[in-house]
Ligand binder design. Sequence first.
Ligand SMILES: [Zn+2]
Length: 73
Amino acid sequence: MNGCGSPNNRSAAATAPALDRVRQMICSLHGHDLLLHFEHDRLSLRCAACAWESPGWTIEGRQVSPSPDEDSS
Ligand SMILES: [Zn+2]
C-alpha cells in the first residue's frame, strides 16, 4: 500500500539517539552525574551518563605555580 521499495531501516538510525534520550530523561529526574572535564585551555562540567556538557570556563594563559613554602617536611 505505502512505501513499496523504501527500506524500513529505522532501527539502525534510531538506536543511538534513543539511548541518549533515555539517559537525558534519567538525568532530568535524578540530576546529571557531573564530572570535572579539563581541556588545555578550558574547564567544564560534563555528565558521565548522557555526555551533557556545561558552557564551562575558559582558562586564560595563567598557570598557578605552587608555592614552595607549603612543603611540610
Ligand atoms: Zn546527564
